[in-house]
Design a protein around this ligand. Structure first.
Ligand code: ADP
Length: 228
């Protein structure tokens, strides 16, 4: 994957989640300071990242000495020790960190992290559970991305015979379903910004963007399978 413009990142807590964040950032060529209270974890990630340090994230002086306030993005990936995760968040925000992304173990933990100033809070188990369930409930939606709370981008597989063999101009999806088509995939061939003359074939995947409610509605229509 292409290297993104350099930012500097700090990852505190090198468990499964923090370790995965570290690996992804370093694979993408980014500078990463990795911190954990546990020496074994630090030794595991030291060969991979720019710098790895044994430190207690609840030690304000140690965090100040590591200049945590000057990093573009700080990930706090301490889950089980809720008190440490909350204190670390408070400390790095007070040190001036602009973007602090925290992992929460529960909705209550997430609320507290938001209160103490976290810029983003993720709950990996909850988020992943929703995705897996959505995938089963909406098998025609191959990929789904909430751009914000109202707008989504989605790959929708077409099975409805009423849509097949018709061009995009005939289908007029914007007028009828309020979704904008940004790409069509036919087998492995992807056409970005397809022309109005492009015809839809069985099992094509249409990438659409629109209000989540409209994207869901279009998914229902597109997924109405051919009746036997
Ligand atoms: P995961 O579920 O992602 O494995 P864990 O909560 O089990 O998350 O692991 C979090 C990591 O955070 C562990 O490696 C642990 O040593 C580290 N950690 C816990 N408390 C602190 C702290 N006060 N300062 C720095 N690292 C910590």
């Amino acid at each position: 994957m292409a290297k993104k413009p350099s930012n500097n990142y700090a990852v505190i807590g090198l468990g499964l989640f923090g370790g995965s964040v570290c690996k992804t950032l370093t694979d993408r060529g980014q500078d990463v300071l990795a911190i954990d209270i546990n020496e074994t974890q630090v030794n595991t990630y030291a060969p991979m990242v720019t710098q790895a340090v044994i430190a207690d994230a609840t030690d304000e002086t140690a965090m100040n000495n590591l200049a945590l306030g000057s990093f573009d993005h700080v990930f706090i990936c301490i889950g089980q020790n809720m008190q440490a995760s909350i204190m670390a968040t408070l400390i790095v925000k007070e040190l001036g960190a602009k973007d602090v992304i925290c992992k929460a173990e529960s909705p209550l933990h997430a609320r507290v992290l938001n209160r103490v100033g976290a810029d983003h809070v993720v709950q990996p188990e909850v988020d992943m559970g929703q995705r897996v369930a959505d995938r089963v409930l909406e098998p025609n939606i191959l990929h789904y991305l909430m751009l914000n709370k109202d707008v989504s981008l989605s790959d929708v597989r077409v099975e409805n015979p009423d849509l097949l063999g018709q061009s995009l101009s005939q289908l007029n999806l914007l007028e009828r379903y309020h979704v904008t088509v940004i790409a069509i995939s036919h087998h492995d061939q992807v056409t970005v910004s397809p022309s109005k003359q492009t015809q839809i074939a069985l099992d094509d995947t249409i990438t659409v963007v629109g209000k989540t409610i409209d994207v869901d509605n279009f998914n229902e229509v597109a997924g109405t399978a051919v009746k036997a």
